[in-house]
Design a protein around this ligand. Structure first.
Ligand code: FDA
Length: 305
C-alpha cells in the first residue's frame, strides 16, 4: 500500500496542469511550514532565526524542468542575487540548485554557461553551491557537469542517491576529487532497471555508502530524517574516529525540527535545506510521497479553506 501511495504522489508531481494551478492558487498553505517564503528576501529572516539556533542552511529556489531559455537565464540571475544576499546579510548558508532549472533539458552549452556565471559569483563570495540530483535520466549528465566544474571551482558540490545501482561506482569515482558530498536515499520514481525497488535494499545501500564515503575521507552530508540512519552514522563515526568536521547531518525545513536542535545540542553540525519560491508543487508532492504525515498541516489547511 505504501508503494502505491508513493507512486501516486510521484506521478502527480510531474503533472504540469496541477503545477500551474498550484502556482496561481498561491503558496499560503506551505509558506512558513515547508517553504520559507515566496522569494528570497522574504525568507532571510527565517534563515537568520535558524542560524541563531546553531543551524546552518542551504537555500533552494524552487523550480525545475525549465524548458525555455529565457526562464533558465532568469533563474540564473536570481541565483546570483541570492548568493549576493547570502554574503551581504552574512547568512551561514550554502545554495542548492537543480541543473534543469538552468537549462539542462535545453542544451549543455546553456546550462554550462549559466552555472559558470553562478559559480564565478559563488567563488567570489565564498558560498558553496550544491548541485541537487534529479531523476535518473539526468544523473549521468549532472555528474559529468559536476566533474568538469570541480576542476575549476572549489565551491561546488553534489548529491548521490542510494536507490540507484550505479551510485557505489559513482562514489568511488568522485572520492578522488575530495568533494563535499550529500548522500540521500533518492526522491524520484525510478524503474527497477536502474534503482532498488525495495526500501530495505535502499536502506542497506545507504548505510554502505555512508561507510564508504566516510572511510574515503570525503566530507559527507548525511541527508535523512531517518533515526536509524542518524544513529548508524553517529556510531560509525565514533568507531572509525571520523573527526566531527568531516561530516554533517542535513534535513528539510519543517521536518523533524526538534531532532535538528537535539543534534546541534549533542555537538553535531546540522544543515537545514530551506526552499523558497512560487514553484512549490513538485517539491510538495515528493514530500507527500515520502511520508503523507509530513504534510498533514496542508490537508487541515485545505479543509479549513
Ligand atoms: P524515509 O522517507 O526513508 O523514512 C524513514 C523513516 O524515517 C520513517 O519510517 C520514519 O520513521 C522516519 N521519518 C521520516 N520523516 C520523518 C518525519 N518528518 N518525522 C518523523 N519521522 C520521520 N533527493 C533526491 O533525489 N535528490 C536530492 O538532491 C535530494 N536532496 C535532499 C536534501 C536534503 C537536505 C534531504 C533531507 C533530502 C533530500 N532528498 C533528495 C530527499 C531524499 O532522497 C529522500 O527522499 C527523503 O529525505 C526521505 O528519505 P529519508 O531518508 O528522510 O527517510
Amino acid at each position: 500500500m505504501e508503494a502505491v501511495t508513493r507512486n501516486f504522489f510521484l506521478f502527480l508531481s510531474k503533472n504540469n496542469l496541477l503545477n500551474d494551478m498550484a502556482k496561481k492558487r498561491g503558496s499560503s498553505i506551505v509558506t512558513g511550514k515547508i517553504i520559507a517564503g515566496t522569494d528570497f528576501p522574504s525568507s532571510v529572516q527565517i534563515i537568520k532565526d535558524l542560524n541563531s539556533k546553531g543551524l546552518t542552511t542551504t537555500v533552494d529556489h524552487l523550480g525545475e524542468f525549465v524548458n525555455s531559455e529565457e526562464t533558465a537565464n532568469k533563474r540564473t540571475k536570481e541565483a546570483i542575487q541570492t548568493i549576493e544576499t547570502i554574503s551581504r546579510e552574512n547568512l551561514d548558508s550554502h545554495m542548492s540548485v537543480k541543473m534543469t532549472s538552468l537549462g539542462l533539458d535545453i542544451s549543455r552549452d546553456l546550462v554550462f554557461r549559466n552555472m559558470t556565471s553562478i559559480l564565478d559569483t559563488a567563488e567570489k563570495h565564498g558560498v558553496m553551491v550544491t548541485i541537487d540530483m534529479e531523476d535518473e535520466p539526468r544523473c549521468e549528465k549532472t555528474l559529468e557537469l559536476f566533474k568538469q566544474f570541480k576542476e575549476s571551482y572549489s565551491c561546488v558540490s553534489t548529491v548521490l542517491q542510494a536507490y540507484l545501482y550505479r551510485t557505489e561506482q559513482d562514489l568511488k569515482e568522485l572520492s578522488v576529487l575530495k568533494p563535499f558530498l550529500r548522500l540521500v536515499k533518492g526522491a524520484y520514481k525510478e524503474p527497477a532497471s536502474v534503482a532498488y525497488p525495495d526500501k530495505k535494499d535502499v536502506d542497506a545501500n545507504y548505510k554502505k555508502l555512508i561507510e564508504q564515503s566516510l572511510k574515503s575521507g570525503v566530507y559527507t552530508a548525511i541527508a535523512t530524517h531517518d533515526d536509524g540512519m542518524i544513529e548508524y552514522t553517529k556510531e560509525l563515526a565514533a568507531k572509525l574516529q571520523i573527526p566531527s568536521d568531516q561530516f554533517e547531518f542535513q534535513m528539510l525545513y519543517g521536518m523533524r525540527s526538534k531532532t535538528q536542535l537535539d543534534l546541534v545540542q549533542q555537538g553535531y553540525k546540522v544543515r537545514v535545506y530551506v526552499p523558497y519560491g512560487r514553484d512549490w508543487y513538485g517539491y510538495f508532492m515528493r514530500r507527500l510521497a515520502e511520508r503523507p504525515a509530513n504534510i498533514s498541516f496542508a490537508f487541515k489547511g485545505m479543509v479549513k479553506g
